[in-house]
Design a protein around this ligand. Structure first.
Ligand code: TXA
Ligand code: MG
Length: 353
């Protein structure tokens, strides 16, 4: 018997070779229109049968997600694509062949089989093939594509382990499949291939530099550079990834950042606020006596992406009022990391001089 937490079943499955039983239980719930959170290589997703509008409605209810923010449809095999995508733009096959399964979501024209609630009424559907044995096994066992947003309450940091999922959604969903920590730690890159030039609507686990090895040109949605309501990916306009604490990002050179962080920390502490610092390995020793959490190394941004959302949640658990987060270079995976940090900060950014 699986453990029950506030009515939500906690199933465990090995991340490399999941036992058939846990997958079968989870798949049966999905086939009956229930909600199951499951691991992917990016973050945990909250899955429902993508072709069942009543099941998908449950996702929006459980998360408190605005109805105009469309979902990603997850498939396990290329043969499932034609059920959800009406056509495949000329550049798509090479991209799929190179990067699927993987942290890349493609926006494609939708088929009538995809319910309007999945795409928030758009003519396009976002599709991805996740690179995680549990996710792939679950989609296959369910026998249907799975609509799955990140398995957090709307506006909260995305979950990178089953504990995060339960903290937000216990009692609101039928089950969660626990396979430990996710690898990348932030969401997939959303790429729109329906226009003339491929457009990144949301930077994520697959870098723009990687995409440029297959595509001649890749543009960034101009709306990404600031808090724009004109951003084309509907979800991009909402408050996101936010812990309870206020977040301020301190950007600039690695030499200038520590002094600026220390000054802001001192100012806040004078006002009686409890301050936490998210620092990199290279700079963390500049803050003796402070509450410091090390995200990872600037030399290996994958270590930072892996830890970022967990640290935002841990700062809340530590009762911090203000999180001062060090910025990093926004190249490679740094682009997605800085996108999430700036959004978590509500674009409160201070340039260290
Ligand atoms: O890594 C991920 O992508 C995770 C895992 C679970 O796969 N999922 C995820 O889903 O991050 P979610 O719902 O949190 O983010 C989906 C993003 C939103 O920004 C949404 O607006 C965008 O994809 N999106 C979905 N359908 C779209 C469409 N048809 N056109 C443009 N953007 C779309
Ligand atoms: Mg999300």
């Amino acid at each position: 018997m699986a453990e029950l937490i506030n009515g939500t079943r906690l199933l465990t499955a090995d991340a490399v070779s999941p036992a058939a039983e846990a997958i079968a239980v989870a798949a049966a719930i999905l086939r009956q229109g229930g909600l199951v959170a499951f691991p992917t290589e990016t973050v945990y997703g909250l899955g429902a049968d993508a072709l069942n509008p009543v099941a998908v409605e449950g996702i929006f209810r459980a998360k408190g997600r605005p109805a105009d923010n469309p979902l990603i449809v997850h498939i396990a095999d290329l043969s499932e694509l034609s059920a959800v995508a009406a056509s495949v733009p000329p550049l798509a096959p090479a991209v799929m062949a190179r990067f699927w399964p993987g942290p890349l979501t493609l926006v494609l024209p939708k088929t009538p089989a995809v319910p309007a609630i999945v795409t928030a009424g758009l003519a396009t559907v976002a599709v991805r093939m996740p690179d995680h044995p549990v996710a792939l096994a679950l989609i296959r066992a369910a026998g249907t594509p799975l609509a799955a947003p990140s398995a957090n309450l709307s506006g909260r940091p995305s979950p990178t382990n089953a504990r995060h999922v339960l903290d937000d959604l216990a009692g609101r969903i039928e089950a969660v499949v626990d396979s430990g920590e996710t690898g990348i730690g932030l969401e997939s890159t959303v790429l729109d291939l329906t226009g003339e030039v491929p457009l990144i609507l949301r930077p994520g686990g697959l870098t723009r530099e990687d995409l440029l090895t297959v595509l001649p040109e890749v543009h960034l949605d101009p709306g990404l550079s600031h808090a724009s309501v004109a951003a084309r990916s509907p979800g991009v306009k909402y408050k996101h990834y936010a812990p309870q604490a206020e977040v301020v990002v301190v950007e600039g050179s690695v030499q200038a950042i520590p002094a600026c962080v220390l000054r802001l920390a001192a100012e806040a502490e004078q006002q009686g606020r409890r301050v936490g610092i998210i620092a990199t390995r290279e700079t963390s020793e500049h803050y003796p006596g402070k509450l410091v959490m090390v995200s990872g190394s600037r030399e290996a941004p994958g270590t930072i992406s892996h830890n970022l959302f967990t640290l935002l949640r841990r700062m809340d658990a530590a009762g911090v009022d203000l999180i001062l987060a060090e910025g990093i270079a926004d190249t490679g995976l740094g682009l997605a990391i800085m996108n999430r940090l700036r959004k978590a900060a509500g674009y409160r950014i201070i340039e260290a001089l």
